[in-house]
Design a protein around this ligand. Structure first.
Ligand SMILES: CCCCC/C=C\C/C=C\C/C=C\C/C=C\CCCC(=O)SCCNC(=O)CCNC(=O)[C@H](O)C(C)(C)COP(=O)(O)OP(=O)(O)OC[C@H]1O[C@@H](n2cnc3c(N)ncnc32)[C@H](O)[C@@H]1OP(=O)(O)O
Ligand SMILES: Cc1cc2nc3c(=O)[nH]c(=O)nc-3n(C[C@H](O)[C@H](O)[C@H](O)COP(=O)(O)OP(=O)(O)OC[C@H]3O[C@@H](n4cnc5c(N)ncnc54)[C@H](O)[C@@H]3O)c2cc1C
Length: 672
């Protein structure tokens, strides 16, 4: 009999809800970007989740890899149908704005790992939108949106992921037949990793070195059919398959792909930014050489919200569980406290909540900047692209890295039970730790930002005007920043710290060049510090955006919601100031007394947040279907759910496993 037949809420969780002193729904509306967004989101979730279509009859964890994939395809088709037929009027999916976030969020109820269609929606469609001419778009986009074809994005090869210019797949134009010939000249040139490529997709975007009239023009994107639209058989000249088990993403059939002189029509080159005319003449259209990297920039922005969303899930699970879990007996005359009462537990968890808010608000701010950059680019102005590339690169790197670290911390906060797959936390960790690598590795992206920072520093030195996100670099040329523990003062200190680090890097590089190193060598030997400087810059950007967005969003809110949001954003600042004490000592006037006061203020803040902790995570409004967690469900009945899950295990379906007769019994009897 299920342990959950009686509908009850754990009394500790009920008590937490009763003592929450702010309006949870008001905070939900703020996080959703307005009440009407919440209403629409809930409608979409109701349609998708109340039907029960997201549920599995058999626990996914106990399926074979092949069964897991097949189940994910089954549910992807149900979900795609819902998107097309039931959500369309509610979402305006084609805008790829807030509503695609809602669809992405709802999809998580269907997939504990990911949908094999993720790359179709996440990269194939956006690349068609960003890299096609309008004629091409009017042919491809309706087919892709209606799911008549399924696509993916195959850029990375066995030999190269980071260094795009080093890709080896060739696309050589043949003016005789007006076709491109795609070819994989080496093993290392095989495409590797594209999600959905192994078994699902029949089309893909292939990034290849373009050759025409005997000249190489660098990497360009092409739309390539890889399977027959009717039989799904790989087409002649195509070698395609799945790459095998991974830490996560196991329902995403990541694949490999090779070409043997495979021909595609000329107009399957995506020609918005560059064209090859019928006679083979190459025409560059774009004003900026890196516009073909546009989909990556788009997904990097997307990944900041992904990091926030997955952190919100992890801390909802860990905070609810910490409210119902009681352990140890610090006071002999009292019962065991809820583990959420321990200051060390609050230290693990409240920064996780604050980071989820910080990333969510920074991501909304980043989306707005992105829209502004896109609008200018439509008018042919690419001036803001370098700054935006630097910004989206560091935000992607730091948000995914912080999220992975903090999700792991949520697992620690759940003790042994956090290690269970059914807690939901391992899936979250496996998913998010990949986001630190894909779409540009952490270190590589921070070094892109560092390049921009060094150039901006040189502009500041030459007293030239600076773009907004780096205007603080002028602090590098003033006296040491006086320490001020107010939120605005801490943001300024983070800026002074970042400016100081960039300045130190530049001075070190110059010194190394004076001692005989080339510019490239001086850069290379300074990269550890450059990564650290770019991280500090990003931390200053997030802190500034989080603080100012909090002020903007709470300008008209009720007093208690304002207090809660301010407490969290101040906690974020205190936490990172304490984490970076060594740097603050170098670059600001902070004293020993200031540090002691800061630590005390941080500890007091944890206590102030404590009574509202459950309410705060519940403002993320994550339904049980999205959490997939025995530990974090709304009713808080973790022990009953753990036992129920254990009983569902196929290992418990027979009292004696056959291995007893085959191996254990003979061994033990032989040892008698
Ligand atoms: C079921 C329903 C679901 C709904 C779906 C909706 C949403 C889903 C949500 C999210 C997730 C979606 C999908 C996620 C799943 C999996 C996806 C994984 C996909 C992939 O994983 S897909 C492969 C990505 N793979 C990379 O990410 C490679 C990283 N590697 C690079 O990105 C470059 O290769 C780099 C930058 C390292 C070097 O490139 P390089 O060698 O060519 O350039 P170089 O260093 O020489 O720089 C020359 C000048 O270009 C500037 N520059 C460079 N890049 C620029 C840019 N983008 N924009 C503007 N300027 C740029 C520089 O700043 C410099 O500027 P300057 O000269 O002025 O200093
Ligand atoms: C789950 C998952 C899904 C993916 N999906 C797709 C997909 O759909 N389509 C696709 O095309 N690709 C996909 N990828 C590939 C992904 O984009 C690449 O793995 C990623 O960009 C990192 O590149 P890499 O593997 O070449 O790493 P490498 O560049 O080989 O990195 C290895 C190490 O070298 C370091 N390094 C590399 N270059 C430098 C440098 N210049 N300076 C300092 N350090 C450096 C890195 O920091 C890292 O520590 C996926 C990857 C994963 C894990």
């Amino acid at each position: 009999m299920s342990q959950l037949e009686k509908m009850e809420v754990n009394p500790d969780l009920a008590m937490e809800r009763a003592k929450c002193n702010f309006n949870i729904m008001e905070l939900t509306h703020i996080l959703d970007g307005g009440e009407e967004n919440t209403v629409r989101r809930k409608k979409i979730e109701d349609i998708a989740l109340n039907s029960g279509a997201s549920k599995d009859a058999f626990p996914e964890e106990h399926m074979s890899p092949k069964e897991k994939y097949e189940n994910a395809v089954r549910k992807s088709c149900i979900f795609a149908d819902l998107v097309k037929n039931d959500f369309a009027h509610l979402t305006g999916l084609e805008t790829f704005g807030i509503n695609s976030n809602v669809i992405r969020r709802t999809a998580d109820a269907f997939f504990k790992e990911v949908s094999p269609f993720l790359l179709h929606m996440g990269m194939f469609v956006p690349t068609i939108m960003g890299q096609c001419t309008s004629d091409q778009m009017s042919y491809w986009l309706p087919r892709a949106m209606a799911m008549q074809i399924i696509g993916t994005y195959a850029q990375t090869e066995l030999g190269h992921g980071t260094f795009i210019r080093g890709l080896e797949t060739t696309a050589t134009y043949d003016p005789e037949t007006e076709e491109f010939v795609l070819h994989s000249p080496t093993l290392s040139s095989y495409k590797w990793w594209a999600g959905g490529l192994g078994n699902t997709a029949n089309y893909c975007i292939v990034v290849a070195q373009l050759y025409t009239k005997g000249e190489c023009h660098g990497t360009h994107p092409f739309i390539v059919q890889i399977r027959d639209e009717d039989t799904h058989m790989p087409l002649p000249g195509i070698t395609v398959g799945e790459i095998g088990p991974k830490m996560g993403f196991n329902t995403a059939d990541n694949g490999f792909l090779g070409f043997d002189h495979y021909r595609i029509p000329r107009d399957h080159m995506m020609m918005k930014n560059a064209q090859v005319l019928k006679d083979g003449t190459y025409v560059k259209v774009a004003r900026h050489g890196k516009l073909t990297y546009g989909t990556m920039v788009f997904v990097r922005v997307m990944l900041v919200s992904e990091a926030a969303f997955n952190l919100a899930k992890a801390c909802t699970i860990a905070v609810r569980y910490s409210a119902i879990r009681r352990q140890s007996k610090p006071k002999p005359d009292e019962g065991e406290p809820q583990i959420l009462d321990y200051a060390t537990q609050q230290h693990k968890l409240f920064i996780t909540i604050a980071t989820a808010h910080a990333l969510q608000l920074s991501s909304s701010w980043l989306w707005r900047s992105f829209s502004a950059v896109l609008t200018e680019m439509k008018e042919g102005n690419t001036d803001k692209l370098p700054e935006f590339h630097a910004l989206s690169s560091c935000l992607k790197a730091v948000s995914t890295s912080d999220a992975a670290y903090l999700i792991e911390q949520c697992r620690h906060a759940c003790g042994g039970h956090g290690y269970m797959i059914s807690s939901g936390i391992p899936h979250l960790y496996n998913f998010v730790s990949a986001t630190r690598t894909y779409e540009g590795d952490y270190t590589v992206l921070l070094l892109q930002t560092a390049r921009f920072l060094v150039k901006a520093y040189e502009q500041a030195e030459a007293k030239q005007p600076l773009t907004p996100t780096v205007s603080y670099l002028k602090l590098a040329f003033t006296r040491k920043e006086p320490w001020d523990s107010s939120p605005a003062g801490i943001v300024r200190s983070f800026q002074a710290l970042a400016a100081g680090k960039v300045s130190t890097c530049v001075k070190n590089m110059r010194k190394r060049m004076r001692s005989g190193l080339s510019e490239v060598e001086a850069w290379e030997t300074s990269t550890i510090q450059l990564v650290s400087a770019a991280e500090a810059h990003c931390r200053a950007v997030i802190s500034d955006a989080y603080k100012s967005e909090t002020e903007r969003l709470t300008a008209n809110s009720s007093p208690n919601v304002k207090i809660v949001m301010e407490q969290l954003s101040t906690l974020y600042l205190y936490y990172w100031a304490l984490e970076r004490i060594g740097d603050l000592l170098l670059y600001t006037s902070i004293s020993e007394k200031d540090i002691v006061e800061l630590q005390t203020a941080y500890e007091e803040l944890l206590q102030k947040i404590r009574p509202n902790a459950v309410g705060i995570v519940e403002a993320f409004d994550l339904r049980d279907e999205l959490l997939h967690s025995t530990l974090g469900s709304y009713d808080g009945r973790a022990y009953e759910r753990l036992m129920d899950e254990a009983l569902r295990s196929p290992m418990n379906k027979e009292p004696i496993n056959q291995s007893y007769y085959k191996y254990l019994r003979p061994m033990m009897k032989a040892n008698l």
